[in-house]
Design a protein around this ligand. Sequence first.
Ligand code: PAF
Length: 294
Amino acid sequence: MKIIKAPDKLFKDLKKFKISGKSIGFVPTMGALHAGHLSLIAQARKENKIVVVSIFVNPKQFGPQEDLKVYPRPLKKDLLLCKKEKVDYVFLPGANALYAEGFSTYVDVEGLSAVLCGKSRPGHFRGVATIVTKLFNLVQPDVAYFGQKDAQQASIIKKMTKDLNFPVKIKIMPTLREKDGLAMSSRNAYLGKQERKDALVLSRALNLAKVLIRGGAKDTVRIISRMKQLISKNKNAKLDYIAIVDSENLKPLKIISGNYLIALALNIKKVRLIDNFQGRFSTQSKSVPNMGTL
Ligand code: PAF
């Protein structure tokens, strides 16, 4: 496994694989790798000759009041995990290597970046789209792997890839969960014992929605209101939003239909957590809708 810090060195090293037609699978991360990341890496390993993982806590996607400084950086452990997963290249740039003084060019995926998490995290998705663009340019992957856990990020990256004609296939892999239903996230490391219990309110609210829809509920306002009721019973949970939207264009749905996404974000004390599930509902079908898994 090669560890490369300099962007131009990475580009040069990977060029020979491009020329010889060896497929490159790419997993961009901010480190603090958990089983969710490892499932992306394993998929990349299965499908490509060369696997590249980047570990970079991207300052441009953190707001001034957010957790950039304290974001977990267990580098030694991350590198061991990458080695175990038979990663070929780890790209480990310093912030100055990617954002030289005077850096002023950004990628903004309009519309999709302004809704859901974008409302309370202004600039976040501009930071994500910008760094992913830079990484795509440096790695030139054939396939890039992202998690469904960050559903809005996934939609934005798919749209950006299409709009900017990146010759990259985007694969979105299912959310991995702890046994009790909590979606895996590097930020779960911030949760104390009680907060970890409180965090289950996200998957419970989504499960409630799932049960309601299975029972025939279609009115999204009513579904959201039942989810809110459940969340309000937990005094440590401060809701940011719950939305039921079209899973591609993220526009709100009045009635459950087509490919829909139920997404929510809330704070347990100071820790911001998100979760979602994607379902498909066909008005033609008389059978129970495919709800995806939680
Ligand atoms: O999902 C993440 O970890 C980050 O947003 C990403 C895609 C690596 C960009 O910094």
